[in-house]
Design a protein around this ligand. Structure first.
Ligand code: MN
Length: 466
């Protein structure tokens, strides 16, 4: 028994729910069936890290298509979920690949058709009793589809609008699967047959986190915060971006088996004005600020944190002035965030605060600056969940009232060249500052999941004294 548990570590992500996992996944599928009330079929990733590159998360130990992860907890390639709410025989079927001993020899344990014991494990975690060979998918789907009253087939692909135009992601496995389904529907020659996107309902159900997700998010945030504190205490021994990256990622990975949320950004001085700086290969001088955007996973949840610190351990007066402007905007966003408010409104609050303070604080003291953008450099918030950037990637959720249980980032930033004379001394620097926390939206406000991660000037300077 003990051996069995170890065997399947990594394939099934029960979200910490243990014996309740089955009920949790079943309820998620049931809710989706209630909302859509039509035949649906959703694909997992067709190949894992053992195959071709899958989107951006192939480097990660958790690589499953998030919609399948949410509905089944399975972290293995080549699974397809069929939901048939009106069937009296079986309303849930999971199609899986055959047991592949060669793949297993190279990449580790996999469940599969032909291995009864492993299929029982699938049934136990997912709560799906009807598990079949993926080679039968087309035939079973055809039989089920012909019986439907409404000639609609639901599936999941990513679409949205950008500049009022409809846009779709056509480069991922969901689109490939949709294309295959369209071909099948045509070949079955059913008049009026229609493929329907379940993305909207799926995201609506998936975005509010449940108690397990919240606990896992808190754990991710705590591990990330401890890594940051250890990094600050040891900062004086670090001389380059990659050394900071090595140290902080080491601290995170030492304390989580689930891997990083994403490869860290460690950007010093002017490098920090590149929003998604990835080189992390420069040495830095003591005079510079160092921006770190980092985070670890816990189960399927993430931390996505940014902090900006002075390499010397002390902010100079210009750095401090600008840092306080960004921090003030971040606090204003946190005060405003609650259910019913939109992220568009948070953006107005954030960039309004920063732009106004640049006038009333920075320019009023004689400062001059050149920003690399007009008005705002990026959005202040994105949704988080099964993916570090979750929800529709075109962010059509920005104008929707937020719901209790949504997890969002709160990440104001300031990027440009700044010049000021303070106390008789001239400062001129190209600077990027970003301060990022993760907020859980509630009815009355929000809970800052990263509240324990130091960010005031005083806290950062104290920890950097060593
Ligand atoms: Mn973020």
């Amino acid at each position: 028994m003990k051996n069995n548990k170890k065997t399947y570590t990594g394939i099934f992500r029960d979200g910490g729910a243990g014996k309740f996992a089955k009920r949790r996944f079943s309820q998620r599928r049931k809710k989706l069936m209630e909302r859509e009330n039509k035949l649906m079929v959703i694909t997992g990733v067709p190949y894992g890290p053992e195959g071709k590159t899958v989107w951006s998360y192939a480097y990660c130990a958790t690589y499953q298509e998030p919609s399948i992860m949410y509905l089944t907890g399975i972290n293995q390639s080549e699974v397809v979920l069929l939901l048939d709410p009106n069937s009296k025989v079986s309303d849930e079927i999971l199609f899986v690949a055959e047991k592949d001993l060669n793949l297993e020899f190279w990449n580790g344990i996999r469940f599969g058709v032909g291995d009864e014991k492993s299929i029982r494990e699938v049934q136990k975690v997912t709560g799906i009793q009807d598990v079949r060979d993926i080679r039968d998918l087309k035939q079973v789907l055809k039989e089920r589809f012909i019986k439907q009253k409404k000639k609609q087939l639901g599936t999941f692909w990513v679409e949205g609008t950008r500049n009022k135009k409809k846009v779709e992601i056509k480069t991922d496995h969901n689109w490939d699967f949709k294309t295959r389904l369209s071909g099948w529907l045509r070949s079955w020659k059913t008049p009026g047959a229609e493929l329907v996107n379940i993305m909207g309902n799926h995201f609506d159900l998936r975005m509010p986190l449940d108690e397990y997700d919240v606990a896992n998010t808190q754990m991710a945030s705590d591990v990330t915060g401890n890594a940051f504190k250890a990094t600050l205490k040891n900062f004086q021994a670090l001389r380059s971006e990659y050394q900071v990256q090595g140290f902080i990622e080491g601290q995170m990975q030492m304390n989580s088996p689930y891997g990083l949320s994403f490869p860290s950004i460690v950007a010093s001085g002017r490098n920090a004005t590149v929003l998604h700086y990835m080189k992390n290969d420069d040495a830095f001088s003591k005079k510079e600020l160092v921006l770190i955007d980092f985070g670890v996973r816990w189960m399927t949840m993430h931390a996505d944190i940014s902090r900006t610190v002075p390499a010397s351990g002390r902010f100079n007066p210009l750095q401090k002035m600008l840092y306080e402007i960004v921090l003030k905007a971040q606090k204003a966003v946190q005060r405003k965030a609650k259910a019913g408010v939109t992220i568009d409104e948070l953006n107005d609050c954030c960039w309004g605060s920063i732009n106004s303070d640049l006038d009333t604080v920075f320019r009023a003291a004689g400062g001059k600056c050149k920003l690399k953008y007009n008005n705002r450099p990026h959005g202040v918030s994105h949704l988080m969940g099964e993916q570090e950037h979750d929800g529709d990637p075109f962010r059509n959720y920005l104008s929707r009232p937020m719901q209790s249980g949504w997890l969002i980032s709160n990440e104001p930033g300031l990027y440009g060249t700044f010049h000021i004379k303070l106390n008789g001394k001239t400062y001129e620097e190209e600077i990027g500052i970003r301060i990022e926390d993760n907020l859980l939206i509630t009815k009355t406000g929000c809970r800052n999941m990263s509240r324990k991660i130091p960010k005031s000037v005083a806290e950062i300077e104290r920890l950097m004294e060593g």
